[in-house]
Design a protein around this ligand. Sequence first.
Ligand code: GDP
Ligand code: CA
Length: 330
Amino acid sequence: MKVTVISGGVGGARFTRGLLALLAERLPDGGGGTTATVTVVANTGDDLWLHGVRVCPDLDTVMYTLGGAVHEDQGWGRRAESSRVSTDLASYDLGWEWFTLGDLDLATHLARTQLLREGRPLSQVTAHLCRRWEPGVTLVPMTDQEVETHVVVDDGPTGERLLHFEEWWVRHRAALPARRFVQVGLEDAVPAPGVLEALRDADVVILPPSNPVVSIGTVLAIPGVREAVVATRAPVVGVSPVIGGAAVRGMADACLRAIGVETSAEAVARHLGLRARGGILDAWLVDTVDATAATALARDGWSTRAVPTLMTDVPTTARIAAAALELVGL
Ligand code: GDP
Ligand code: CA
C-alpha cells in the first residue's frame, strides 16, 4: 500500500506518527515498522535564511517527530535542547532575537546549509538528513526552489507592508491583521522530484490536520501539485484541523480570516472542495463536536464522519488515521 501525506509541521507530523503506528499494526514488516510505503510531501513555505543557515521548520518538525527526537511539549525542535548560541548571538544585536535556534537544532541547519552550498537540491539534502533520523517515511519537500510565504499587512492609513511568514507568526503571534499571503518565488518553482509521482501512484492521499492556508495551501500552490491531486486515481481524504470553531493549536484562524474562510470544519472542507465538483477532496473527517458539519456535508455528497480528532497520544492518533482510511474504504 502506498500512502501520500501532504503536510505542514506539527499537525502533519503528529498525524503521520499515528498513521505509521496504525500501518505497523495492520501491515507489519516484522521489525516494528510497516511494509506500506508512506511519502510525506512537506510545506517549505515557512523556510528562511537566518544567521547564514537555511532553516526548514516543517521538514524538521516531521523529521524530528517521526525520528523520535522531537521536543514533545513544544511539538517542534529537539528534546533536551539548549539555546546558548542563540542567546550569545543576541548580544551582537543580530538576526531575529525572537526566533530561537536551539543548539542541537542548529547542527541540522549547519549540515543542511553545507550540503546546499555543495550544490545539492533540498530534496537530496533532506534525504541525507533523514538517513540519520530514519523517520520511516520518504520525506520530500514540496519543491527544491526557495518559495517563501510572506504576509501582506497594513502599514499606516495608505500603505501595506510585506513580512516573512515566520516574523508575522512567531514575532507578532499572527496578531497583525493579514490582508493576504504571497509566495515569493512561486513563479519559478516546480515540484521536487518524487512529488508528482507520489501523488499519481498513491493508493490513498491524505491531508492531515495541517494549516489549510499556509501549510496545505502552499503545497497545493506549487505549479502542478493541485492538478496532480485532482487527477490521481487514489481517493483523497482530509482530517479537519478545526475543532468546534477553533484551530486546536496555533493561530490558523488568523490565516483563514485573511483568505475569507470561516474557522469551521465545514467551511474549511468547502474551501478545499469536493473533487467531484472541482475541489481536491473525496472525504473529510471532522471531530465529534462538529457532527452537524458532517451531516451538512453528507447531504452535499461528501463522504464524512465525526470522531474524536484531538491527537493526544500516538494510539489515539492511530485511531484517527484508521477512521480517515475507513472513510475511503481502506
Ligand atoms: P505547523 O506547520 O507547525 O503550524 O503545523 P501544521 O500546519 O501541520 O498544523 C497546524 C494545525 O494543526 C493547527 O493550526 C491546528 O488547526 C491543527 N491541529 C493541531 N493539533 C491538532 C489536533 O490534535 N487535532 C486536530 N484535528 N487538529 C490539530
Ligand atoms: Ca509550518
